[in-house]
Each structure stands twice: as structure tokens, then as C-alpha cells.
Design a protein around this ligand. Structure first.
Ligand code: SF4
Length: 57
């Protein structure tokens, strides 16, 4: 399991990049991208995204 970004919903605002305590998210081509090896599945990004673009799968 890891955080998964819905590219249709992501606006590239970068909030999740700043909020992720594991620094597992970066912006690539203006979309959030999760490094699954770094993701600890804490769910912080799920709660921080204003567009509900991240889910835990
Ligand atoms: Fe995209 Fe949501 Fe992250 Fe903003 S917080 S970059 S909209 S996934």
C-alpha cells in the first residue's frame, strides 16, 4: 500500500509535498508523485489535499 494520486484531480498546488512527514512526495510535470518506497502510509497527504486527489490504496 501507498498513497496514490489521482492526476485528474491534482492541481499541482504542492501542499502535500510540504505536509508529507516522510518527504515521499514531489511534483513532477505539475502533478504530485509519491515515492512508494518512502511512503509510510501515515495518511497526512490524504487529509491535506484540498482536492481530495490522494487516496490510500
Ligand atoms: Fe495535488 Fe492535492 Fe498534492 Fe495539491 S495537495 S499537489 S492537489 S495531490
Amino acid at each position: 500500500m501507498a498513497a496514490k494520486v489521482n492526476n485528474e484531480e491534482c492541481t499541482g498546488c504542492g501542499i502535500c509535498v510540504d505536509e508529507c512527514p516522510a518527504t515521499a512526495i514531489e511534483l513532477k510535470n505539475d502533478k504530485a508523485k509519491v515515492d512508494e518506497a518512502e511512503c509510510t502510509e501515515c495518511g497526512t497527504c490524504v487529509d491535506s489535499c484540498p482536492n481530495s486527489a490522494i487516496t490510500m490504496e
